[in-house]
Design a protein around this ligand. Structure first.
Ligand code: GLN
Ligand code: ZN
Length: 769
């Protein structure tokens, strides 16, 4: 095909669409089913209705080929485990008794069996259920769900393409099942898995699929030669079979790199590539391998995971270049639209000026269709859309929201000294010891205390006007009073105010910072039936007034013990928001850091001697490719130091991260120059303490001795044993005693008992020193 006919055939498609419905109907139906209020039949009907409505929206917008199989009751990786028969032994009885209940048992566990582990889907905030595999795993094909959904779409007269998690990615995302030796590599099961995929593909073909998409985002990560060989083998095998639909192998979230030549050479009919952000290099790489002559290329030029409007002229230029590189070029979003909210038009509170810069799933779909039209019929056919797009982008460039001269001048004036405490840690430590007068093995918590129904009701009452600001303030103060008096009685050394005023650790600050906007129904699936509404970091960031000082000062006024100030760090403020894409992330982080620095300095000025800046997202924002990590860590650590660099040597800066595996960022953690870090450690038996020690981490650390992810109360002896383990790696002068994370999801009874045991453990072990 010539470039011209490749253009004429250009079509619009997407890989997946938000599942929940405009009013989160899916969440309500699934949770209702769990509670026994919704029957299985009603749940299935709701789900089928949502699929029909999604396909209808896509088709009405002009999408030529709709995805099927992207819908899920809980998670599409779990659906893949079901499709290949990888049901863990402990769930088999439940699945055999009732497929739907067994499915939810794998997702959530039951009284008697643990669920599958959950972890983040690449560098997004979506979480999937980790397949558990072992040398004894027997795969069997179960294509029922994929086939049924395909038939539903075909019955509506639509052109449809099933979307599956690819076999290589599936295995690379898996982990050894419990009881299987840790060295077991699931990828060794590839030869066993491929015939099962072949069977599913044959079933889809028989059900009417012309094309099927196999998603291989794991190939956009750094892969070993052996893994790349496995990918080559997988697609030689599947491609070599005759009883199958045409195959479209998709990747996203980063450039394919060394995997691109592998897939370009594979005997499949098409590739879907991401051309946004870090993946933009796919364009050059594709040219370098000679393109995909005679094949289908689906070009992900619309960012599928952020919420800003596309730059049409830039995308059209990319598409024009691609025309010369493939037999057919179609237009798509870079990844499934699962990662963005459904419809920006539903946002009533966002100023029109900002709203015209936003594109959620519905708006992105329209953009994809417009770009496909421009490609097929020439840019003249979409001249009006291009003009409107150019005007919206231009308005963003000159807006006072995105360009605050004061914020910019301040960011430009930052010096190296601003990012450094006035004395090195070794000298600060003594000053802090003298000021704080803490015992060895000081006890503290991570910040939040239980978020009770009363607190949620108080916030709702404030929103609906049932109580005024004063009434709300009173309720929060009462809660702080109780939290402080409990901590004093329990014998904790460094207290917190308990964060009762915070709905969410990012949203709370976003609501108070200029430059952020909140959405009303911008829900995005985090996992299962849990949805989050990330705030939109739209403009230049500044802090009109202090955000936390009055709560911390109030708590401090109630006690002689130090009360720790509590803030969310700049990296996490970016990671859990939709961040502006019109300037480098590092520039945005610097603005947020300066706003937070004011808060840190105000806390210090009001007498706060210990300030914690949480960065639980530091590691999850790590770029997928190792080559991009140094640049990220440079701005990430700089923004943390800028936040905390303005305080006196005797003010103690804490940070907190909630994960147990941080081996690849230990140097970055050191570079934060915090005085104390608390980390998750209870489940991994203080592994982090050993890793910190191995690195030669010179500062104070509190590896968690209480697993807050479970309602279980750890005994004092258990916590003491963990402390003794910790002491083998970290000397007593630098070891803190704390839980793994905040207590907001816990109830009061277990919180009380656990913290009392934690203090008892610290006392016991102090006595042994
Ligand atoms: N300070 C926060 C809390 O205790 C930290 C939460 C987190 O690490 N995710 O809730
Ligand atoms: Zn945490």
């Amino acid at each position: 095909m010539t470039a011209k006919s490749a253009a004429a055939a250009a079509r619009a498609t997407v890989y997946g669409y938000p599942r929940q419905g405009q009013h989160r109907e899916l969440k309500k139906a699934v949770e209702g089913y769990w509670k026994g209020r919704v029957t299985a039949a009603a749940l299935r009907e709701t789900a089928a209705g949502l699929r029909r409505s999604n396909w209808g929206q896509l088709a009405d917008a002009g999408v030529h080929e709709v995805p099927t199989g992207d819908f899920s009751y809980y998670d599409h990786v779990l659906d893949t485990s079901v499709m290949v028969g990888a049901v863990p032994a402990r769930h088999r009885a439940a699945v055999a008794a009732d497929a739907l209940d067994g499915y939810f048992a794998m997702a959530r566990g039951t009284q008697d069996v643990a669920p599958l582990e959950m972890t983040k889907w690449f560098d997004t905030n979506y979480h999937y259920l980790v397949p558990e595999l072992g040398p004894d795993t027997v795969f069997t094909a179960d294509s029922a769900q994929q086939v049924a959904q395909l038939k539903e779409a075909l019955a509506l007269g639509l052109s449809a393409r099933p979307v599956l998690v690819g076999p290589v990615t599936y295995l690379l995302l898996a982990k050894p099942a419990p009881g299987v030796a840790a060295g077991f590599e699931p990828l060794t099961l590839l030869d066993r898995l491929l015939p099962v995929y072949a069977e599913v593909l044959a079933d889809l073909r028989a059900a009417g699929a012309e094309w099927t998409q196999l998603d291989e985002p794991a190939l956009a990560e750094d892969r070993t030669p052996a893994e790349l060989n496995a990918a080559a083998r997988a697609y030689r095998d599947l491609g070599g079979r005759t009883d199958r639909p045409k195959l479209l192998v998709a990747s996203y979230f980063d450039r394919l790199g060394e995997a691109l030549p592998v897939l370009a050479k594979a005997p499949v009919e098409g590739l879907a590539l991401d051309f946004t952000d870090a993946a933009a290099a796919n364009l050059e790489d594709l040219a370098a391998v000679g393109g995909l002559p005679g094949k289908r290329l689906v070009a992900g030029v619309v960012n599928g995971r952020n919420i800003w409007i596309n730059d049409f002229e830039k995308s059209l230029a990319t598409l024009a270049t691609l025309l010369g590189l493939a037999g057919q070029v179609d237009v798509a979003a870079s990844c499934s639209l699962l990662h963005v909210p459904l419809d920006a038009a539903a946002e009533r509170d966002i100023e029109p000026e900002i709203l015209r810069w936003l594109a959620f799933a519905r708006q992105k779909t329209a953009e994809i269709v417009t770009l496909a039209q421009g490609l097929a019929r020439g840019t003249g056919a979409i001249a009006e859309e291009i003009a409107a797009n150019r005007a919206a982008l231009a308005s963003r460039t000159v807006s006072a929201i995105t360009r605050d001269p004061a914020v910019r001048a301040r960011a430009a004036a930052v010096t190296d000294a601003d990012g450094h405490r006035s004395l090195p840690y070794a000298e600060r430590a003594g000053a802090q010891r003298a000021r704080l007068g803490l015992p060895l093995l000081p006890t503290t918590t991570i910040g939040s205390f239980p978020q009770t129904d009363e607190l949620r009701a108080a916030r709702a009452d404030l929103r609906t006007g049932r109580i005024g600001a004063d009434g709300y303030e009173e309720r929060i103060r009462a809660e702080i009073g109780e939290v402080v008096s409990f901590q004093e009685k329990a014998g904790l050394d460094v207290l917190v105010h308990g964060e009762p005023e915070r709905n969410d650790m990012v949203q709370y600050f976003a609501e108070q910072l200029t430059g952020y906007v909140a959405t009303r129904s911008g829900w995005v699936q985090s996992y299962g039936t849990r949805y989050v509404r990330p705030p939109v970091l739209a403009g230049d960031i500044s802090r009109p007034e202090p955000m936390t000082v009055r709560w911390t000062s109030y708590a401090q006024s109630l006690t002689d013990r130090p009360v720790k100030g509590m803030l969310t760090g700049p990296v996490t403020m970016l990671a859990w928001s939709f961040v502006r894409d019109d300037q480098p992330l590092g520039d945005t982080a610097r603005q947020v850091a300066l706003a937070l620095r004011d808060e840190v300095n105000d806390l210090e000025a009001s007498g706060t001697s210990v300030i914690q800046v949480d960065e639980p997202a530091l590691r999850e924002t790590l770029p997928l490719r190792a080559a991009d990590r140094a640049a990220y860590l440079a701005w990430a650590t700089e923004s943390f130091r800028l936040t905390t660099g303005g305080v006196r040597p005797d003010t103690q800066i804490h940070t907190h991260m909630c994960y147990a595996e941080f081996g690849d960022i230990v140097q970055a953690i050191d570079d934060l120059d915090a005085d104390v870090i608390s980390l998750e450690a209870a489940r991994s038996h203080m592994q982090v303490a050993r890793e910190l020690a191995a690195h030669g981490y010179p500062r104070e650390a509190g590896p968690g001795v209480y697993d807050i992810h479970s309602p279980r109360v750890p005994s004092a002896e258990e916590a003491a044993e963990l402390l003794r383990t910790g002491l083998r790696a970290i000397p007593a002068e630098r070891l803190w005693v704390n839980p793994d994370c905040g207590l907001k999801t816990r109830g009061w009874p277990e919180t009380r008992a656990s913290l009392e045991n934690l203090v008892a453990a610290a006392r016991t072990v102090r006595g042994e020193l």
